[in-house]
Write a protein that binds this ligand. Structure first.
Ligand code: C5P
Length: 466
């Protein structure tokens, strides 16, 4: 059996269902999965409803209905099959569409997962799209949604663009359908549709450019020095996507020169990016990265259905609601970032950590920690802990690192999965970003345990943490 056979088997299971419940994750990838699958399934006139969960764990498992519907778990489930077993679900009732590390389970639930086949850079929305396309070729109109899910889950990050089936099948389908525009050698920069040029450059820390990254005034002076017009006659700030191509070239070559002068490699300066030409200019819907942030804002602030409505084309009340959440999301993350910088982190040999108590929601602490990394010691992973309001006996843990540290042998998913299991919690995710829930009483020991596991990972790869 190959990956294509698994996709076919999943499509057959769906086609035979009388009714379906989709249980999906609240992040951009999970929201995209739900929008792809539920549209593909309703087009077959199979009744379908959706439930979103923050994570699949004992606390959220009761949200999965005990009815006769086929339960499709998307962007989660692979690592939590024992919870399904505990609930007594049979093989016939369950389909898992995921890209996370799978957990061994005595009951062979049907699963379509790209990871065991070596497709490490495809998200669950990518897998969902392949299943939808297998159900009916008409679903290629949903390719753009899968691109957003993939980019939102950072699948384009490591290689500065999507690769493998996510690129060769999904992006190509989107281009052929006309919904996706590929910009092959774009600036590797966030906020190209909505942020003033200098802020877009300053907020970018991958690659980190001295004098510009984390330095809005430095970025403004840089643009002034190279003669790029930053404001329209009415004072409005230009964004990257609307400036003339000659200005883009001027900026890219000046950045390249500056990086070379600093002895930096240029391999991360440019990236392939994915635009949506039919969306309104200067909105977050114009490119996959910002679109994904908007979906994340909806999900992390408990309104994943609003994100789903936007993916289905609502540009009215759902969009206005999402804009509001996006502004709020950004403001709180900025606040969290500042809090991390001001409070500082405690450094252990192989990680740096802090506890933010009940100040910030557990759904966003990982995002803030990831953003703080470039201002801290970026050669060590960061671990952030916070309270879980729904269950005071639990602590949420998020960890983030960067590509360079992953290349030196670190696997945060393995570290959190292993350590949390030892303390009766649960965790998972990816090498570069992972999360876990642990008993509050284990916090101190847990940090030490993760520190030791990371030490073992560095040692096994023959690298130190510096
Ligand atoms: O919650 P956080 O943003 O830190 O999660 C980072 C990654 O780890 C996400 O891909 C999330 O799905 C995954 N994760 C997981 N199991 C958990 C917590 C997070 O697989 N218990």
């Amino acid at each position: 059996m190959g990956f294509c056979d698994d996709v076919k088997a999943a499509a057959e299971q769906i086609a035979a269902a009388e009714e379906v419940t989709i249980i999906s994750h609240i992040d951009a990838d999970g929201i995209s999965c739900e929008a792809i699958l539920s549209q593909a399934i309703s087009r077959m006139e199979i009744p379908v409803r959706s439930v979103f969960v923050r994570q699949l764990e004992p606390l959220t498992m009761p949200q999965v209905p005990a009815d006769s519907s086929l339960k499709i778990f998307s962007d989660l489930g692979a690592g939590q099959q024992n919870l399904m077993l505990d609930r007594g679900f049979s093989e016939k009732e369950i389909l898992i569409i995921d890209h996370h590390v799978s957990q061994p389970c005595e009951r062979p639930y049907t699963q379509v997962n790209c990871l065991p086949y070596g497709y490490t850079r495809m998200s669950a929305a990518g897998v969902s799209y392949l299943v939808a396309k297998e159900l009916d070729g008409v679903n290629t109109d949903l390719a753009g949604l899968a691109v957003i899910g993939n980019v939102g889950d950072m699948m384009a990050r490591e290689k500065c663009g999507l690769v493998g089936p996510a690129r060769d099948i999904i992006v190509e389908d989107g281009v052929r359908y006309g919904s996706v525009e590929v910009r092959r050698k774009d600036l590797n920069c966030y906020g190209t549709a909505t942020r003033p040029l200098h802020l877009s450059l300053a907020y970018n820390d991958d690659p980190f450019i001295k004098g510009i990254s984390n330095n809005p005034e430095g970025a403004r002076q840089f643009l002034k020095r190279i003669g790029v017009r930053q404001q329209a006659p009415d004072g409005r700030w230009y964004v990257w996507e609307e400036i003339p191509v000659e200005d883009k070239r001027t900026i890219i070559s000046a950045l390249a020169e500056q990086m070379m002068a600093n002895g930096q490699k240029l391999d991360r300066l440019l990236a392939e990016t994915y635009g949506f030409p039919f969306e309104t200019p200067r909105t977050p819907l114009r490119n996959a990265q910002e679109y994904a942030t908007m979906l994340n804002a909806c999900g992390r602030w408990s309104k994943p259905q609003t994100g789903g409505a936007i993916l289905r084309g609502d540009r009215g009340s759902a969009y206005r609601d999402a804009e509001h959440m996006l502004n709020n999301h950004r403001a709180i993350i900025r606040d969290l970032l500042q809090f991390i910088i001001d409070t500082g982190v405690k450094e252990l040999e192989n990680l740096q950590w802090l506890h933010v108590g009940g100040r910030y929601p557990d759904t966003i602490v990982g995002i803030g920690a990831g953003m703080a990394l470039s201002r801290l010691n970026s050669s060590k992973p960061i671990l952030i802990m916070c309270e879980v309001p729904e269950d005071r006996s639990l602590t949420k843990v998020s960890m983030r690192t960067n590509e360079r540290v992953v290349e030196r042998g670190v696997d945060l998913q393995q570290a959190l999965n292993m350590a949390s299991a030892e303390y009766g919690g649960g965790g998972g995710g990816h090498r570069i970003a992972a999360g876990a829930y642990i008993p509050k009483t284990a916090e101190q020991e847990f940090v030490q345990r993760v520190n030791r596991i990371l030490g073992e990972q560095f040692a096994a790869a023959g690298t130190g943490h510096r």
